[in-house]
Write a protein that binds this ligand. Structure first.
Ligand code: C2E
Ligand code: MG
Ligand code: MG
Length: 562
């Protein structure tokens, strides 16, 4: 009979590691002398499942005693597995064990086998979970997690440089789905994946990230052939029982992996960027990452990892650009524009705003800007300097925060300044969902008595609907409207009508980007007198702007064409 010591040693071993068969064998060894165990074999019989399409019929010897085992029939126990199959354990007595097992021995044996089965089941489950989380359900190929795991392995072994990496999509895949239906579309995708797999060398990797997004790591010497396959391969699709050939073409972003890749995560990022480029070029089905793209990724990584520290360190400063009423040549407002002072250099918004917009962190900057503008205005009031209304840019991304209006209001009110000194600039949106949110945000701002402006009006997505649907105080006509060297009669007519319509709707109009006298003349001709542009002032730091606040009227001699 098993005593406590051996049994607890047996349990300790079972708990110690993941390597289930080796561990089970070691654990059995611990009690094999006492129970006279000579050999243990498991037999798993599992039916096919989507995750394991072949099912399983496998025998495995997990323990064999050095002195051999007897030819007596084995003691057997069968268990039902979680996958709906069976696991049978057969235990033979050792050659030296002379008497047959009695009832007490069998009870001990059955306890031992119960525990081994539980131990095994636990690790099979962990294995299944790992497999499911690292594998694409449809094709059985590694998914992005599985792909990254392999990339990390190769990187750790110093072998990643032997490969080219690819991210690729299938051209017109939605068309195939429409033509064949989704089920057959999936089957075609699987056939395509199998075909690519057949091409691969054993140490190459093909991954399926879902949809028609694939990735691969291909050894340098096989790249040419792989690209040929991506360029066009025939698989078949079935319609009404008939096989129809389908030519599948891929478009790929590619990376020749070199020592510039210093961490595994960069591989997929690089390929994805190159893929975007490839998609916009008709002439070539693939595009290799250039040094320029690598430099951009490197810069963006630096920016996004430093961004929040920069906010804490107050590296962002508010620059102010005056808005001028050109009936009286008086500054009546200003726009707050961010400047990032980083390592002694100024980084312009164009270099980081799009990135932090994509990452969704731009809201932190916009609220920071609002807070600093409020503090500056308060300071000017305390100094006895009459401020002007300052507009702050809020990114389109910010609008998706349902609490944005509330957050703006609480910053303004907390600062103790009158709400009339703040205006919120937003740009038009593209999607219907965003538009609905923007309309709601603007009406909340109106209720809270905070002015709003539509920035870059006329630059891209704007339409007459903006004037109809958006409850705004001001539209800012984009500088592209007047930037042409030769402004045509048509431009003039459009501008004229925008200004007239806005006036009738009681919406103010300001034009930005005015650099030349002839632009100003044209704007006067169409009835727009509110101007922001280099002709009057460039964006300037707070100290300089403070001087402008004390002397709001412009002398004509001050105005210089840009
Ligand atoms: P925007 O809001 O349309 O700002 C006007 C931009 O035009 C500013 O560029 C300004 O310096 C520039 N500008 C003004 N007058 C003239 C002119 O006469 N000629 C020319 N060529 N340019 C002129 P800036 O400061 O580089 O900002 C670029 C854009 O970055 C802004 O366009 C805005 O969309 C964004 N941005 C700036 N600060 C912030 C901010 O704090 N938050 C957010 N979300 N976006 C900001
Ligand atoms: Mg603006
Ligand atoms: Mg603008």
């Amino acid at each position: 009979m098993l005593c406590c010591d051996e049994f607890s040693r047996f349990l300790n071993i079972l708990e110690s590691s993941e390597n289930t068969y080796t561990i089970a064998g070691k654990a059995i060894e611990e009690i094999s002398g006492l129970l006279g165990i000579g050999r243990v074999v498991t037999h798993y019989l599992l039916s096919p499942t989507p995750l394991n399409p072949e099912g399983c019929d496998s025998k495995q010897e997990i323990f064999l005693r050095a002195g051999g085992f007897s030819s007596l029939p084995p003691y057997e126990r069968t268990y039902h597995t979680a996958e709906g199959g069976t696991a049978t354990y057969s235990v033979w007595p050792s050659a030296a064990f002379l008497r047959p097992w009695n009832e007490e021995d069998k009870r001990d044996l059955s306890t031992v086998l119960d525990l081994i089965f539980l131990h095994d089941g636990r690790f099979r489950l962990i294995g299944k979970m790992k497999q499911a989380t690292l594998t694409n359900y449809l094709t059985g190929l590694p998914n992005s997690g599985g792909f990254m795991m392999r990339i990390r392995q190769l990187f750790a072994e110093g072998r990643l440089k032997e490969y080219h990496a690819f991210s690729f999509n299938l051209k017109g895949y939605s068309l195939i789905n429409r033509k064949f239906g989704h089920r057959e579309g999936d089957a075609i995708l699987k056939r395509y994946a199998r075909l690519l797999e057949e091409f691969l060398a054993p140490e190459e990797i093909l991954a399926h990230f879902g949809g028609d997004n694939f990735a691969a790591l291909i050894l340098r010497e096989n790249v040419r052939e792989f690209l040929n396959i991506l360029n066009g391969t025939i698989v078949y699709g079935t319609v009404d029982g008939k096989r129809i050939p389908v030519r599948i073409q891929a478009v790929a972003g590619a990376l020749d992996i070199d020592e510039m890749i210093t961490e595994p995560g960069q591989v997929v990022d690089h390929c994805q960027l190159a893929l975007q480029v490839a998609k916009n070029r008709i002439s070539m089905p693939y595009f290799y990452v250039t040094d320029e793209i690598k430099a951009r990724i490197y810069r963006e990584k630096r920016i996004s990892s430093h961004f929040h520290d920069a906010l804490k360190n107050e590296e962002f400063r508010v620059y102010y650009q005056p808005k001028v009423d050109t009936k009286t040549y008086t500054m009546t407002g200003a726009e707050a524009l961010v400047r990032w002072f980083w390592n002694g250099k100024i980084v312009s918004p164009a270099d980081f705003i799009p990135l932090i917009e994509r990452e969704g962190t731009v809201i932190d900057l916009d609220l920071y800007m609002l807070e600093h503008v409020c503090m500056d205005i308060r300071e000017w009031i305390l100094k006895g300097i009459e401020p002007v209304t300052v507009s702050i840019n809020f990114s389109r991304r910010d609008i998706s925060d349902p609490l944005l209006a509330q957050r703006i209001l609480s910053i303004v009110d907390r600062s103790g300044i009158d709400r009339k000194y703040i205006q919120v600039e937003v740009t038009e949106t593209t999607s219907e969902e965003e538009t609905a949110k923007l309309i709601q945000f603007l009406s909340l701002m109106r209720k809270m008595r905070i002015d709003t402006a539509i920035d870059d009006f006329g630059s891209g997505y704007s339409s007459l609907n903006t004037l109809r649907n958006f409850d705004v105080n001001v539209i800012k006509i984009d500088r592209s409207f007047i930037a042409n060297n030769s402004i045509t009669k048509k431009d003039e007519i459009v501008l004229h009508n925008i200004v007239d319509m806005a006036r009738e709707l009681k919406i103010g109009v300001i034009t930005e980007g005015v650099e030349h006298w002839d632009q100003l003349e044209l704007l006067h001709k169409v009835g727009c007198y509110m101007i922001q542009g280099f002709l009057f002032d460039r964006p300037m730091p707070k100290s300089e702007f403070e001087k402008r606040l004390t002397r709001k009227v412009y002398e004509l001699s001050e105005l210089v064409e840009a």
